[in-house]
Each structure stands twice: as C-alpha cells, then as structure tokens.
Design a protein around this ligand. Structure first.
Ligand SMILES: NC(=O)c1ccc[n+]([C@@H]2O[C@H](COP(=O)([O-])OP(=O)(O)OC[C@H]3O[C@@H](n4cnc5c(N)ncnc54)[C@H](OP(=O)(O)O)[C@@H]3O)[C@@H](O)[C@H]2O)c1
Length: 231
C-alpha cells in the first residue's frame, strides 16, 4: 500500500532532499513550502512524479495549519516531518541578543512542530499509527554545548527536544512514535559551504533511521546515522 508523508520547508535544503528520497521510494509526498509558485525545484519534480502534491504553508500561521489539516482530512499519514527551520541572526555574541528574532526562531523551530503534530494527529492515527519526526540539531544538546553562544538557535532546538519527549510520552500509548533528529552538518543555506555532508547523504540517512524506527526509540534524539545524541 502507498505510504503518505507530509513535510514542511520542502522547497530547498534538507527538506527538498527528503522529498526526493521519499518519492524515489514510491511514497505519496505532501510537500509544504511558503511559496509553491516560486518553488521551481519542487515544480520540476511534480512533472515527473504525480505522487507529489505541493501545498502552501507558512508554519508560523496557525490558522493555515488548521486549514491544511481540514483540506487533508481524508488523508492518512504514515509520517510527518517537521523540517522547516530558521537559524536567526548569526555572528552575534553575549550582550547583543535580538529578542524579536528569538521569538521568530521559537515560532518556527519550537511552536510550529507542536502545532503541526496537534493538527495532524487524526491523520497520523489511522489506519496504522504513524511517526512524527522533528528536525532538531546537535547544538540543542546540553551535553554537547561546550562552546557557549548561539543562544537563540540552541534554545529553540533544546525546547523542541522537550516537545518531542512530551509528544512521545503522550502519543506512544496510541502507537504514534515521535523522534528528534539531527541531520548532520549539511551543505545548505543554513549549514553553509563548509558543511560536511550533502543533502542527499543527510536525507538518505534520516530515511533509513525512520524506516527502521522501533517503539523503544520513540522520545529519543538520533543523528542521521542512527546514533543516540545525549540531551
Ligand atoms: N544544515 C544543517 O547543517 C543543519 C544542522 C542541524 C539541524 N538542521 C535543521 O534541519 C532542518 C533543515 O535545515 P536546512 O539546512 O535545510 O535549512 P535551510 O536550507 O535554511 O532551509 C530552511 C527551510 O525551512 C523553511 N522555512 C523557514 N521558515 C519557514 C516558515 N515560517 N514556514 C515554512 N517554511 C519555513 C525555508 O523556506 P523558505 O525557502 O521559504 O525560506 C526552507 O525551506 C532545519 O530544521 C534545521 O534547523 C540543519
């Protein structure tokens, strides 16, 4: 039976590579992005893949999230990937934190994943319970934070990890697994040119981790190679 995935921030970077990985495996892909009419890479893939549906979604627009869930009321989802992310300002240090930017980063990285999980809970519940995967980051780990700085992005992903843990505790009894994933340091606009791995390496690895995800791994923090990351 065809499997169904909804992914946010699908127009570029890791999100686009995840779209490719799931299309290649025959999934029906609901690819969300802010401006589908400008998402040329997704539009090109649409030509070759009738199993790709492009949808408009700014993940900070909670009314739009609810409307999208209503639009997809009859769809069953095997997987929701909360991929959309925003780093916020780079290069600032202690003493120069922009609180407005911090709020914006929290909207995208922390609040939106939970709002999407809440909105698409019905679709993730049937006929088989699905998976909620949230793109976190190793820099959100307390243990890994030995260098300081990065207050805004680090705190947004640490808070996302907390959301993942609560989702897992709340939803695993119904069979829905939730996981926080670190994609590696990836060559994207966010990762920059010095990053270590390509988007396809990250996406292939993340898909393998999700394909073999077991119930006991729900509520954990895993990298794209399946290694456990300490909180
Ligand atoms: N790259 C890395 O090394 C790395 C490492 C650790 C974790 N991550 C995480 O992995 C995920 C993907 O990262 P990436 O490197 O692919 O980032 P990216 O290249 O900067 O792409 C970010 C994506 O998120 C979308 N987005 C941002 N704000 C949005 C909003 N309000 N509504 C909907 N979409 C929005 C962007 O859409 P627009 O094109 O419309 O801006 C874009 O599609 C993120 O959650 C990131 O934090 C990345």
């Amino acid at each position: 039976m065809t499997k169904h995935i909804l992914i946010t921030g699908a127009n570029r970077g890791v999100g686009l590579a995840l779209v490719d990985a799931y299309l290649a495996d025959g999934w029906q892909v609901y690819a969300c992005c802010r401006q589908p009419e400008q998402a040329t890479a997704l539009q090109q893939r649409r030509q070759a893949h009738p199993t790709l549906t492009l949808l408009a979604l700014d993940v900070t627009d909670h009314t739009a999230i609810t409307a999208l869930s209503r639009q997809l009321a009859d769809v069953s989802l095997d997987l929701l990937i909360n991929n959309a992310g925003y780093y916020g300002p780079k290069g600032y240090g202690f003493g120069n934190t922009d609180a407005d930017e911090w709020r914006e980063v929290l909207e995208v990285n922390t609040i939106a994943p939970l709002k999407l999980a809440e909105a698409f809970y019905p679709q993730l519940s049937r006929p088989q319970p699905g998976i909620i995967a949230c793109l976190s980051s190793k820099v959100g780990s307390m243990t890994e934070n030995t260098s300081g700085g990065g207050y805004i992005y680090r705190s947004s992903k640490a808070a996302l990890n907390s959301v993942v843990k609560s989702l897992s505790n709340d939803l695993l009894p119904q069979g829905i697994k939730t996981v926080a994933l670190h994609p590696g340091w990836v060559q994207t606009e966010m990762g920059g040119p010095n990053a270590l791995i390509s988007t396809s390496t990250a996406a292939t690895g993340l898909k393998q981790v999700l394909d073999s995800l077991e119930a006991h791994q729900s509520g954990s923090f895993l990298d794209y190679q399946g290694n456990l990351i300490p909180w």
